[in-house]
Design a protein around this ligand. Structure first.
Ligand code: ZN
Length: 150
């Protein structure tokens, strides 16, 4: 249920594990072993986790912006994207800057012509660039910053 939020947090540089398959016991177990903060929309899971001394956050927001605002209010989350810190939204691996020449065959010619900075995920091979959708990403983060101030 928090798949989109996971992607946002990874872009912002956070190490986030996400699963829809694991049961509550297993999730709590992983959070404990790996000292992770458990994020959930499931109030029962939240209660169980905190009862076991796990740091957990129960998220009520509907939109990604609302969820990010909740999180940014509770934790000190830097709302600027620093690509040097960014993780692959798909697989959580830190992305690496790649020279443009190396991705010639990996992106559409149109993209290649319009952008100069590219990043690659060393694990899944996904190529990233700050394309048109970045206007939306920046706007959302700006809105989160604004609502945090209120
Ligand atoms: Zn990846």
């Amino acid at each position: 249920m928090l798949g989109k939020l996971t992607r946002w947090l990874r872009i912002l540089g956070h190490d986030v594990k996400y699963s829809t398959k694991l049961d509550d016991t297993k999730l709590i177990d992983i959070a404990k072993k790996e000292k992770r903060i458990l994020l959930t929309r499931d109030f029962e899971l939240y209660k169980q986790a905190t009862a076991k001394g796990i740091e957990a956050s129960y998220l009520e927001g509907q939109t990604e912006q609302e969820k990010l605002t909740e999180l940014a209010g509770r934790f000190d989350i830097d709302l600027d994207v620093d690509m040097a810190m960014s993780r692959c939204p798909k697989c959580n691996t830190r992305v690496k800057r790649v020279p443009k020449e190396r991705i010639t065959s990996k992106v559409e010619p149109n993209t290649f012509v319009h952008y100069d900075e590219f990043w690659e995920c060393p694990k899944c091979g996904q190529i990233y660039w700050q394309g048109a959708h970045w206007t939306r990403i920046r706007k959302t983060l700006e809105n989160v910053r604004d609502s945090k101030r209120k």
